[in-house]
Ligand binder design. Structure first.
Ligand code: C5P
Length: 237
């Protein structure tokens, strides 16, 4: 395990439309979460300015969740650009196999860690079947295959659901980062939830996650700071 302080293991997804709202959450959650995740909605709207804003108001790590998916040359260029922003994590897709996963070597040793997205946590078993994936290949089989390829290609870790965390830990061993979104504390009530393969914070950590990603259960809580603290307390037990 690479992180010891429980709060360092909590990543808050800054899934908000603009920098002003993001700043509100960064100031409110500074000191309770270990990392802020900037996703597509915010980055497309605000660009690198939003990264700077987080750096100006917080000492937490930054995770640029852009889920890069393009030809290797383009992904390599994007990784070099991300490295210059001073962020800690970035995501690339793993569906194309080694050719894309091996782009991680472009930023090796720079402090930027490349995480491979395996199968989105919003993907259900039935949606895999409707994509023409063979019946005997379930989400766990796909995730494991992609995790092994990501590890062999030099990625720092993977994004997978809590349902596969244990298997990935067994297969890939310690030192390979497992980051789990689709986290739903028992007390959380997310309206119109699109996540399918979910886990509670403590279950995900128990099963081998190094880091958990939480968005709406914190963002939409009456008191987001208290909600984040409750999650930290749960994973501290
Ligand atoms: O609101 P919620 O807790 O569902 O937020 C989860 C976050 O994790 C979102 O920002 C989403 O983009 C991200 N994510 C995910 N599944 C992945 C990778 C990232 O849900 N496989």
């Amino acid at each position: 395990m690479n992180t010891t302080n429980p709060q360092d293991r909590l990543i808050f997804a800054l899934d908000v439309p603009d920098k002003k709202e993001a700043e509100h959450y960064v100031k409110m959650l500074e000191g309770v979460v270990g990392c802020f995740k900037i996703g597509l909605e915010l980055f497309i709207r605000e660009g690198p300015d939003v990264v700077k804003m987080v750096q100006d108001h917080s000492s937490a790590n930054i995770f640029l969740d852009l889920k890069l998916h393009d030809i290797p040359t383009t992904v390599r260029g994007a990784l070099r650009s991300a490295e210059k922003l001073g962020v800690r994590y970035i995501t690339i897709h793993s569906t194309e196999g080694e050719t894309i996963l091996e782009t991680a070597d472009e930023v090796k040793g720079s402090g930027l860690e490349v995480l491979a997205v395996t199968v989105l946590t919003s993907t259900s078993v039935s949606s895999l079947a409707s994509l023409g994936i063979r019946d005997d290949i379930n989400a766990a089989v796909l995730v494991l295959d992609r995790a092994v390829r990501a590890q062999n290609s030099g990625c720092a870790g993977v994004i997978c659901s809590g349902e596969e965390a244990k298997l990935v830990r067994q297969k890939c061993g310690e030192g390979f980062k497992i980051v789990v979104p689709g986290i739903r504390p028992r007390w959380a009530d997310v309206t119109g939830d699109d996540q399918n393969r979910i886990a509670t914070p403590s279950q995900a950590i128990e099963d081998g996650a190094d880091l958990i990603v939480v968005g709406r259960p914190i963002r939409d809580a009456n008191d987001p700071r208290e909600a984040a603290q409750k999650i930290v307390d749960e994973i501290s037990l």
